[in-house]
Design a protein around this ligand. Structure first.
Ligand SMILES: [Zn+2]
Length: 322
Protein backbone atom coordinates (compact mmCIF):
# COMPACT_ATOMS: atom_id res chain seq x y z
CA UNK A 1 0.00 0.00 0.00
CA UNK A 2 1.46 3.34 -1.01
CA UNK A 3 1.84 5.96 1.68
CA UNK A 4 2.49 8.71 -0.85
CA UNK A 5 0.78 11.92 0.16
CA UNK A 6 -2.61 11.75 -1.53
CA UNK A 7 -3.47 15.37 -1.93
CA UNK A 8 -0.61 17.85 -1.66
CA UNK A 9 -1.99 21.38 -1.91
CA UNK A 10 1.59 22.68 -1.86
CA UNK A 11 1.74 21.66 -5.53
CA UNK A 12 -0.39 24.67 -6.38
CA UNK A 13 1.78 27.23 -4.61
CA UNK A 14 4.13 27.10 -7.59
CA UNK A 15 1.57 26.71 -10.35
CA UNK A 16 2.11 28.90 -13.41
CA UNK A 17 -0.70 31.45 -13.70
CA UNK A 18 0.81 33.35 -16.61
CA UNK A 19 1.21 30.84 -19.41
CA UNK A 20 -1.94 28.86 -20.37
CA UNK A 21 0.04 25.93 -21.81
CA UNK A 22 2.15 25.52 -18.69
CA UNK A 23 -0.96 25.83 -16.53
CA UNK A 24 -2.65 23.04 -18.49
CA UNK A 25 0.44 20.88 -18.24
CA UNK A 26 0.53 21.39 -14.47
CA UNK A 27 -3.11 20.37 -14.17
CA UNK A 28 -2.49 17.21 -16.18
CA UNK A 29 0.59 16.29 -14.18
CA UNK A 30 -1.36 16.78 -10.99
CA UNK A 31 -4.19 14.63 -12.33
CA UNK A 32 -1.77 11.86 -13.30
CA UNK A 33 0.10 11.93 -10.00
CA UNK A 34 -2.88 12.17 -7.70
CA UNK A 35 -5.77 10.51 -9.55
CA UNK A 36 -7.82 13.63 -10.12
CA UNK A 37 -10.84 12.89 -12.32
CA UNK A 38 -12.13 16.42 -12.96
CA UNK A 39 -11.12 20.06 -12.75
CA UNK A 40 -13.82 22.65 -12.27
CA UNK A 41 -13.25 26.33 -12.93
CA UNK A 42 -16.13 28.51 -11.79
CA UNK A 43 -16.34 32.24 -12.49
CA UNK A 44 -17.37 34.73 -9.82
CA UNK A 45 -17.82 38.50 -10.05
CA UNK A 46 -14.10 39.33 -10.17
CA UNK A 47 -12.16 36.06 -9.91
CA UNK A 48 -12.47 32.38 -10.83
CA UNK A 49 -12.28 29.39 -8.51
CA UNK A 50 -10.47 26.14 -9.22
CA UNK A 51 -11.78 22.93 -7.68
CA UNK A 52 -10.76 19.33 -8.25
CA UNK A 53 -12.66 16.08 -7.96
CA UNK A 54 -10.98 13.06 -6.48
CA UNK A 55 -12.55 9.85 -5.21
CA UNK A 56 -15.92 11.34 -6.10
CA UNK A 57 -15.54 14.45 -3.94
CA UNK A 58 -14.97 18.05 -4.98
CA UNK A 59 -12.32 20.08 -3.22
CA UNK A 60 -11.60 23.80 -3.39
CA UNK A 61 -8.04 24.58 -4.46
CA UNK A 62 -7.49 28.26 -5.21
CA UNK A 63 -8.85 31.43 -6.79
CA UNK A 64 -7.18 33.18 -9.68
CA UNK A 65 -7.77 36.10 -12.01
CA UNK A 66 -10.47 36.26 -14.63
CA UNK A 67 -7.99 37.75 -17.10
CA UNK A 68 -5.82 34.67 -16.96
CA UNK A 69 -8.85 32.38 -17.13
CA UNK A 70 -9.99 34.10 -20.34
CA UNK A 71 -6.57 33.48 -21.87
CA UNK A 72 -6.71 29.87 -20.72
CA UNK A 73 -10.16 29.38 -22.29
CA UNK A 74 -8.97 30.78 -25.64
CA UNK A 75 -5.94 28.51 -25.58
CA UNK A 76 -7.95 25.43 -24.59
CA UNK A 77 -10.68 26.04 -27.17
CA UNK A 78 -8.03 26.48 -29.87
CA UNK A 79 -6.44 23.18 -28.88
CA UNK A 80 -9.84 21.49 -29.11
CA UNK A 81 -10.72 23.19 -32.42
CA UNK A 82 -13.63 25.03 -30.84
CA UNK A 83 -14.69 28.55 -31.74
CA UNK A 84 -13.32 30.73 -28.93
CA UNK A 85 -15.34 33.75 -30.04
CA UNK A 86 -18.49 31.87 -28.99
CA UNK A 87 -18.52 32.38 -25.25
CA UNK A 88 -22.28 32.81 -25.05
CA UNK A 89 -23.20 29.23 -26.03
CA UNK A 90 -22.41 25.90 -24.36
CA UNK A 91 -19.59 24.04 -26.09
CA UNK A 92 -18.22 20.53 -25.69
CA UNK A 93 -14.86 19.42 -26.92
CA UNK A 94 -12.03 17.04 -26.47
CA UNK A 95 -8.33 17.27 -26.66
CA UNK A 96 -5.40 14.84 -26.49
CA UNK A 97 -2.40 16.11 -24.66
CA UNK A 98 1.05 14.62 -24.47
CA UNK A 99 3.08 15.51 -21.43
CA UNK A 100 6.33 14.08 -20.10
CA UNK A 101 4.29 12.04 -17.63
CA UNK A 102 1.97 10.51 -20.20
CA UNK A 103 -0.78 10.94 -22.72
CA UNK A 104 -4.23 12.02 -21.65
CA UNK A 105 -7.55 12.55 -23.22
CA UNK A 106 -9.48 15.53 -21.84
CA UNK A 107 -13.18 16.10 -22.25
CA UNK A 108 -14.12 19.76 -22.04
CA UNK A 109 -17.45 21.33 -21.21
CA UNK A 110 -17.98 25.10 -21.37
CA UNK A 111 -21.22 26.51 -20.02
CA UNK A 112 -21.91 30.25 -19.98
CA UNK A 113 -23.10 31.64 -16.66
CA UNK A 114 -23.89 35.12 -15.40
CA UNK A 115 -20.24 35.77 -14.43
CA UNK A 116 -18.66 34.09 -17.45
CA UNK A 117 -18.00 30.61 -18.72
CA UNK A 118 -17.94 27.62 -16.38
CA UNK A 119 -15.39 25.04 -17.39
CA UNK A 120 -15.23 21.39 -16.43
CA UNK A 121 -12.30 19.30 -17.62
CA UNK A 122 -12.66 15.56 -17.27
CA UNK A 123 -9.42 13.63 -17.38
CA UNK A 124 -9.91 10.33 -19.19
CA UNK A 125 -7.71 7.42 -20.07
CA UNK A 126 -5.29 8.38 -17.34
CA UNK A 127 -3.75 4.95 -17.19
CA UNK A 128 -3.00 5.21 -20.91
CA UNK A 129 -4.83 2.00 -21.64
CA UNK A 130 -8.03 0.18 -20.88
CA UNK A 131 -7.95 -1.85 -17.67
CA UNK A 132 -8.09 -5.62 -17.68
CA UNK A 133 -10.88 -7.31 -15.74
CA UNK A 134 -8.34 -8.57 -13.22
CA UNK A 135 -7.25 -5.00 -12.48
CA UNK A 136 -10.68 -3.62 -11.66
CA UNK A 137 -10.39 -4.59 -8.02
CA UNK A 138 -13.38 -6.95 -8.12
CA UNK A 139 -14.09 -9.70 -5.63
CA UNK A 140 -13.30 -13.16 -6.97
CA UNK A 141 -16.91 -14.15 -7.53
CA UNK A 142 -17.73 -11.04 -9.60
CA UNK A 143 -14.52 -11.46 -11.55
CA UNK A 144 -15.39 -15.07 -12.44
CA UNK A 145 -18.91 -14.10 -13.51
CA UNK A 146 -17.59 -11.36 -15.81
CA UNK A 147 -15.05 -13.77 -17.26
CA UNK A 148 -17.90 -16.14 -18.16
CA UNK A 149 -19.49 -13.53 -20.43
CA UNK A 150 -16.98 -14.75 -23.02
CA UNK A 151 -18.98 -17.95 -23.35
CA UNK A 152 -22.24 -16.10 -24.15
CA UNK A 153 -22.80 -16.11 -27.90
CA UNK A 154 -25.86 -13.92 -28.07
CA UNK A 155 -28.22 -12.12 -25.74
CA UNK A 156 -28.28 -9.02 -23.58
CA UNK A 157 -25.90 -8.09 -20.77
CA UNK A 158 -26.79 -4.96 -18.80
CA UNK A 159 -24.49 -2.87 -16.63
CA UNK A 160 -26.49 -0.61 -14.37
CA UNK A 161 -25.73 1.96 -11.73
CA UNK A 162 -25.70 5.68 -11.11
CA UNK A 163 -23.43 8.17 -12.90
CA UNK A 164 -19.90 7.93 -11.56
CA UNK A 165 -20.23 4.31 -10.45
CA UNK A 166 -17.54 3.14 -12.85
CA UNK A 167 -19.89 1.46 -15.37
CA UNK A 168 -17.88 2.63 -18.38
CA UNK A 169 -14.61 1.38 -16.89
CA UNK A 170 -16.17 -2.03 -16.30
CA UNK A 171 -17.75 -2.02 -19.75
CA UNK A 172 -14.40 -1.35 -21.41
CA UNK A 173 -12.60 -3.96 -19.33
CA UNK A 174 -15.28 -6.37 -20.58
CA UNK A 175 -14.83 -5.31 -24.20
CA UNK A 176 -11.10 -5.85 -23.81
CA UNK A 177 -11.76 -9.32 -22.47
CA UNK A 178 -14.18 -10.16 -25.30
CA UNK A 179 -12.01 -8.70 -28.02
CA UNK A 180 -10.68 -10.90 -30.77
CA UNK A 181 -9.72 -9.94 -34.34
CA UNK A 182 -12.34 -12.44 -35.53
CA UNK A 183 -15.12 -10.39 -33.98
CA UNK A 184 -16.68 -7.20 -35.25
CA UNK A 185 -17.31 -5.06 -32.18
CA UNK A 186 -19.21 -1.79 -32.58
CA UNK A 187 -19.72 0.62 -29.70
CA UNK A 188 -22.17 3.51 -29.71
CA UNK A 189 -21.60 6.09 -27.02
CA UNK A 190 -22.32 9.64 -25.95
CA UNK A 191 -19.49 10.55 -25.75
CA UNK A 192 -16.77 7.98 -26.40
CA UNK A 193 -14.84 7.97 -23.12
CA UNK A 194 -12.04 5.53 -23.82
CA UNK A 195 -10.25 5.23 -27.11
CA UNK A 196 -10.00 1.64 -28.31
CA UNK A 197 -8.79 1.65 -31.92
CA UNK A 198 -9.27 -2.12 -32.28
CA UNK A 199 -13.05 -1.77 -32.17
CA UNK A 200 -15.35 0.55 -34.08
CA UNK A 201 -16.50 3.40 -31.90
CA UNK A 202 -19.38 5.62 -32.92
CA UNK A 203 -20.23 8.81 -31.13
CA UNK A 204 -23.79 10.03 -30.84
CA UNK A 205 -24.28 13.76 -31.57
CA UNK A 206 -27.00 16.24 -32.55
CA UNK A 207 -27.08 14.74 -36.03
CA UNK A 208 -26.81 11.06 -35.12
CA UNK A 209 -29.08 9.52 -32.48
CA UNK A 210 -28.52 6.27 -30.59
CA UNK A 211 -31.32 4.66 -32.54
CA UNK A 212 -29.98 5.67 -35.98
CA UNK A 213 -26.47 4.57 -35.07
CA UNK A 214 -27.76 1.24 -33.76
CA UNK A 215 -29.96 0.60 -36.81
CA UNK A 216 -27.05 1.25 -39.17
CA UNK A 217 -24.62 -0.77 -37.05
CA UNK A 218 -26.83 -3.82 -37.47
CA UNK A 219 -26.23 -3.60 -41.22
CA UNK A 220 -22.47 -3.68 -40.59
CA UNK A 221 -22.40 -7.39 -39.76
CA UNK A 222 -21.56 -6.99 -36.06
CA UNK A 223 -20.85 -9.74 -33.54
CA UNK A 224 -20.95 -7.57 -30.45
CA UNK A 225 -22.77 -4.29 -30.01
CA UNK A 226 -22.03 -2.00 -27.09
CA UNK A 227 -24.54 0.68 -26.16
CA UNK A 228 -23.34 3.46 -23.88
CA UNK A 229 -26.90 3.97 -22.74
CA UNK A 230 -30.44 2.81 -23.46
CA UNK A 231 -32.64 5.85 -23.02
CA UNK A 232 -35.40 5.73 -25.62
CA UNK A 233 -38.03 3.33 -26.84
CA UNK A 234 -36.64 2.71 -30.34
CA UNK A 235 -33.15 1.97 -29.04
CA UNK A 236 -34.52 -0.36 -26.36
CA UNK A 237 -36.65 -2.34 -28.82
CA UNK A 238 -33.90 -2.53 -31.44
CA UNK A 239 -31.36 -3.67 -28.85
CA UNK A 240 -33.68 -6.51 -27.83
CA UNK A 241 -34.21 -7.50 -31.47
CA UNK A 242 -30.44 -7.48 -32.03
CA UNK A 243 -30.00 -9.79 -29.03
CA UNK A 244 -32.77 -12.07 -30.38
CA UNK A 245 -31.12 -12.32 -33.78
CA UNK A 246 -27.76 -13.71 -32.75
CA UNK A 247 -25.80 -10.71 -31.47
CA UNK A 248 -24.27 -10.12 -28.09
CA UNK A 249 -25.47 -6.74 -26.84
CA UNK A 250 -23.75 -5.07 -23.90
CA UNK A 251 -25.59 -2.03 -22.69
CA UNK A 252 -25.49 0.38 -19.85
CA UNK A 253 -28.59 1.68 -18.10
CA UNK A 254 -29.26 4.24 -15.38
CA UNK A 255 -31.01 2.02 -12.85
CA UNK A 256 -30.15 1.11 -9.30
CA UNK A 257 -31.67 -2.33 -8.78
CA UNK A 258 -32.73 -5.39 -10.74
CA UNK A 259 -36.37 -4.42 -10.31
CA UNK A 260 -35.93 -0.89 -11.67
CA UNK A 261 -33.79 -2.23 -14.53
CA UNK A 262 -36.55 -4.56 -15.71
CA UNK A 263 -39.33 -2.01 -15.21
CA UNK A 264 -37.28 0.67 -16.96
CA UNK A 265 -37.08 -1.47 -20.12
CA UNK A 266 -40.73 -2.50 -19.91
CA UNK A 267 -41.66 1.19 -19.60
CA UNK A 268 -39.66 1.79 -22.77
CA UNK A 269 -42.05 -0.56 -24.56
CA UNK A 270 -40.07 -3.81 -24.49
CA UNK A 271 -42.39 -6.83 -24.00
CA UNK A 272 -41.44 -8.55 -20.72
CA UNK A 273 -41.35 -11.98 -22.34
CA UNK A 274 -38.91 -10.81 -25.05
CA UNK A 275 -36.71 -9.17 -22.46
CA UNK A 276 -36.50 -12.23 -20.21
CA UNK A 277 -35.75 -14.45 -23.20
CA UNK A 278 -32.64 -12.50 -24.19
CA UNK A 279 -31.46 -11.24 -20.81
CA UNK A 280 -28.33 -13.11 -19.72
CA UNK A 281 -26.85 -10.99 -16.99
CA UNK A 282 -27.67 -7.85 -15.03
CA UNK A 283 -24.78 -6.19 -13.24
CA UNK A 284 -25.64 -3.51 -10.69
CA UNK A 285 -22.52 -1.53 -9.95
CA UNK A 286 -21.67 0.98 -7.26
CA UNK A 287 -18.38 2.38 -6.01
CA UNK A 288 -17.67 1.93 -2.32
CA UNK A 289 -15.35 4.09 -0.24
CA UNK A 290 -12.29 2.38 1.17
CA UNK A 291 -11.68 4.11 4.52
CA UNK A 292 -8.12 5.20 5.22
CA UNK A 293 -6.29 2.55 7.25
CA UNK A 294 -3.79 5.11 8.59
CA UNK A 295 -6.24 7.47 10.31
CA UNK A 296 -9.24 5.12 10.43
CA UNK A 297 -11.29 7.49 8.27
CA UNK A 298 -10.59 10.66 10.29
CA UNK A 299 -8.59 12.38 7.50
CA UNK A 300 -4.84 12.64 7.33
CA UNK A 301 -2.07 13.60 4.90
CA UNK A 302 -2.17 10.24 3.17
CA UNK A 303 -5.90 10.08 2.44
CA UNK A 304 -8.53 12.40 1.05
CA UNK A 305 -10.95 13.35 3.81
CA UNK A 306 -10.69 9.93 5.40
CA UNK A 307 -11.17 8.04 2.13
CA UNK A 308 -8.22 6.03 0.89
CA UNK A 309 -9.65 4.68 -2.34
CA UNK A 310 -12.79 3.54 -4.18
CA UNK A 311 -13.66 -0.04 -4.93
CA UNK A 312 -16.29 -1.36 -7.34
CA UNK A 313 -19.09 -3.32 -5.75
CA UNK A 314 -21.00 -5.56 -8.17
CA UNK A 315 -24.30 -7.34 -7.67
CA UNK A 316 -24.74 -9.82 -10.48
CA UNK A 317 -28.03 -11.44 -11.45
CA UNK A 318 -28.53 -14.25 -13.95
CA UNK A 319 -30.95 -17.07 -14.87
CA UNK A 320 -34.11 -15.09 -15.40
CA UNK A 321 -37.29 -17.19 -15.48
CA UNK A 322 -39.16 -16.85 -18.77
ZN1 LIG B 1 -6.14 8.99 6.46
Amino acid sequence: MSTKEKFPLSFFSEINLKNPNLFLESLINYALDFDITDFHIEPFHNFVRLKVRKLGRLKYILNFSKEFFKKFVVSLKSLANLDYTKNFKPQDGRVYVNTKKGKVFLRLSFLPGIHGENLVIRVLNKKGSILKLEHLGLDLNSYKKLKEIKTIKHGLVLICGPTGSGKTTTLYALIRDLFSPQKNIISIEDPVEYLYPAIRQIEVNEKLTYFEALKSSLRQDPDIIVLGEIRDENTAKTAIRAAQTGHLVLASLHAYSLKTTISRLINLGVPKQDLLEVLKLVIIQSLDDVPCPFCKGKSCKICFEGIFDKKPNLKIFENFPT
